[in-house]
Design a protein around this ligand. Structure first.
Ligand SMILES: Cc1cn([C@H]2C[C@H](O)[C@@H](COP(=O)(O)O)O2)c(=O)[nH]c1=O
Length: 221
């Protein structure tokens, strides 16, 4: 074997969608389907609650624990980006060890949610900023593909409300209770998918069960 040949890198697949779109369930189904095909997979989720100081600061802001202080879109965008920067080396290492690395929310969440909190005129600048900072300056591993779980905003909202009622300690955060934000966010996601922002996007209907077999076929080509 050529000693200079590089080991093949795993694929970095990002799962995106509104709060309540079913990202966790889809990630579980993909993990199982990949294992059934004899492929190794691991997973990450952002923000890294309980694992990074940046995620702790995000939680304070999301649950309105800042008192008279205000969170700003820019401040939040930086915190989310720093949370990911702290994970970059770990993700890179996983890409060398696993066939597939599944990520539940990545920089596209920052682009979609932060843009959705700004006037439409500023959306382009926000989306560019996220890409330049996270992939450019922070050098995060670049995704090979994005999966966007498309669900009507009302369906996603009903799911997060149900989760808050039935799961202990799963109180809805300030983004989840803001229907206007979720609706604008959904629009930005559609634009990112349309542009194949950063990598190819696959749109998946998340209102019912997802066919993981067909989806893995699509992703792996
Ligand atoms: C990962 C990430 C999440 N978010 C938002 C989306 C969610 O409403 C919220 C928390 O994510 P979660 O509900 O999936 O735990 O943070 C961003 O605004 N930027 C990011 O980079």
């Amino acid at each position: 074997m050529d000693p200079l040949a590089c080991a093949p890198m795993g694929r970095l697949i990002v799962i995106e969608g509104l709060d309540g779109s079913g990202k966790r369930t889809l990630t579980d189904a993909l993990t199982k389907e990949l294992a059934d095909r004899g492929l190794t997979a691991t997973r990450w989720a952002f923000p890294r609650y309980g694992e990074s100081v940046h995620a702790d600061l995000i939680t304070d802001a999301m649950h309105k624990r800042l008192g008279p202080l205000v969170d700003t879109v820019y401040g939040m965008a930086v915190l989310y980006a720093l949370d990911r920067q702290g994970a970059a080396a770990g993700i890179r290492a996983d890409l060398e060890r696993f066939d597939v690395v599944l990520v539940d929310r990545y920089l596209a969440s920052n682009a979609a949610y932060c843009a959705a909190r700004l006037h439409e005129d500023a959306h382009g600048d926000m989306v560019r900023w996220v890409r330049d900072v996270e992939l450019g300056r922070f050098e995060l591993p670049v995704p090979d593909a994005h999966l966007l779980l498309r669900v009507p905003v009302e369906v996603a909202a009903a799911r997060t409300a149900h989760r808050a009622d039935t799961e202990a300690g799963r109180e809805r955060d300030s983004y989840e209770t803001d229907g206007g934000l979720q609706a604008r966010c959904s629009e930005v996601y559609e634009q990112l998918a349309e542009q194949n922002w950063v990598s190819p996007w696959h749109v998946v209907d998340g209102s019912g069960p997802v066919d993981a077999v067909a989806l893995v076929d699509r992703i792996l080509g």
